[in-house]
Design a protein around this ligand. Structure first.
Ligand SMILES: Cc1cc2nc3c(=O)[nH]c(=O)nc-3n(C[C@H](O)[C@H](O)[C@H](O)COP(=O)(O)OP(=O)(O)OC[C@H]3O[C@@H](n4cnc5c(N)ncnc54)[C@H](O)[C@@H]3O)c2cc1C
Length: 393
């Protein structure tokens, strides 16, 4: 029988992930949320079952699966009310090492990442003064013999306190001396264990969600020259090449969230009776849920199309960005419909709706904000003048 579900072949993965999630119901997340604590047991369970190593090639101890399988894993985590934000970076940040690292770096790091003995959760790109304008970042890495000396500051470096390694983007050539607008930045794999309290200071940022995000201060940190990934000066290109996969994976999480909100909302609409009838009998309650479902279905199609294009070796920048925007919009619309359906109970922690509602809001802003996606589509697809950053192409 023909299946129109592009993820049909991964149904066993869906079932396996759902089984892991069963052990981490709402009260587990509510407790962590109240304490702003890291879901270590949940992350350990995913590592044990091999899910975070899905995309690591088999020769390094992973499952060697593609982006669609990884997207299914993350979608399913969110569909089951859990949150992959605590660990999703391990899936895509690893790609920087896999695609651009040397053989020695791959041998040294990937097996440990695959078996969970090495945590690569931290991705240090954003800085307080440059924000979305990555090329304006100020963290400097200067070569000094067999080392680079790194000084600067990162912000929103999520999970840095729960990571052994951090992928760091820093400037190695001053902007005015760089060969081109996008040259002069380099990527390093920094072993945080060597430097915390000795040049690297991590300060948690308390946010409206439980996201383990931090500021990272680097003060003349001496990192070995072999921490450089790929060629010096090409870091921006390497980071960009990983962004499509990141956007597709985050979009899959948004689809999972939308499905969770829609189930939660429609279950409640069937059960809750006011004025002698289920509230779901009112079109005013049905329509927002139905509309959100339709938007989720359309977004899901583009998410898995982008994943398939990525897997076939294409560079689906437009599709990955579109998928991220539409999926984030769909999850936010479903969140709104679900909360409204719950009335006052939507605000009560024990229903999980308010927590998921706060969590879903993030994806309008990170890892790339909706405006910047629209800027990209306007410029790249519609041929409109570039409206952001340095206007040189
Ligand atoms: C919880 C959380 C976790 C994060 N985790 C990480 C992480 O692990 N690693 C990391 O490196 N970063 C991380 N980020 C950073 C995230 O990627 C940025 O917050 C995001 O890219 C936006 O950057 P900014 O906050 O500096 O906003 P700004 O760049 O200051 O932008 C502010 C607003 O202005 C709009 N804007 C800016 N320029 C334009 C323009 N030209 N046209 C139209 N609108 C514009 C933006 O859309 C945005 O809404 C995280 C952020 C959060 C909140």
């Amino acid at each position: 029988m023909t299946s129109f579900d592009p993820t049909a072949e991964y149904s066993a993965i869906r079932e396996g992930v759902a089984k892991v999630c069963e052990a981490f119901p709402g009260p587990y997340w509510q407790d962590l949320d109240a304490r702003r604590a890291y879901p270590k047991d949940f992350v350990d369970a995913l590592v044990r079952e091999g899910y975070l190593a899905a995309m690591i090639p088999e020769e390094y101890g992973g499952s060697g699966l593609g982006l669609t399988a990884a997207a299914v894993i993350l979608e399913e985590i969110h569909r089951n009310g859990c949150n992959a934000a605590a660990c999703h970076a391990q899936m895509y940040t690893m790609g920087t090492v896999l695609r651009h690292g040397s053989d020695a770096q791959k041998q040294r790091y990937l097996p440990g990442i695959a078996d969970g003995s090495l945590r690569l959760q931290a991705f240090g790109v954003t800085e307080p003064t440059s924000g979305t304008d990555t090329l304006a970042l100020k963290t400097r890495a200067e070569r000094d013999g067999d080392h680079y000396v790194v000084t600067g500051q990162k912000i929103w470096t999520s999970r840095a306190e729960h990571s052994d390694l951090m992928v760091l983007l820093a400037r190695t050539t001053p902007k005015e001396e760089a060969a081109s607008r996008t040259a002069g930045l380099s990527v390093f794999l920094v072993d945080l264990r060597d430097h915390i309290g000795k040049g690297i200071e991590i300060r948690p940022i308390r946010t409206m969600i439980n996201h383990a995000t931090t500021e990272v201060f680097l003060d003349t940190v001496r990192i070995p020259a072999d921490a450089l990934i790929g060629e010096e000066g090409q870091g921006f290109r390497y980071i960009l090449s990983g962004m499509n996969s990141e956007r597709i994976l985050i979009a899959a999480e948004c689809i999972g969230d939308a499905k969770w909100f829609l189930k939660k909302g429609s279950d409640y609409a069937r059960e809750r009776s006011v004025f002698g009838a289920p509230i779901g009998a009112n079109q005013g309650v049905q329509f927002p849920l139905a509309r959100a479902y339709a938007h989720m279905l359309a977004a899901e199609a583009i998410v898995y199309r982008a994943a398939a294009m990525y897997e076939s070796g294409l560079n689906p920048g437009v599709e990955a960005n579109t998928a991220k925007m539409l999926a984030a919009d769909a999850s936010w619309e479903a969140a709104e419909a679900c909360l409204q359906t719950h009335g006052g109970f939507g605000f009560a922690e024990e229903y999980d709706v308010e927590r998921k509602f706060r969590e879903a809001r993030l994806y309008q802003v990170a890892p790339i904000s909706t405006n910047l996606i629209l800027c990209y589509i306007a410029e790249q697809v519609l041929g409109l003048p570039k409206s952001y950053g340095d206007k040189r192409s």
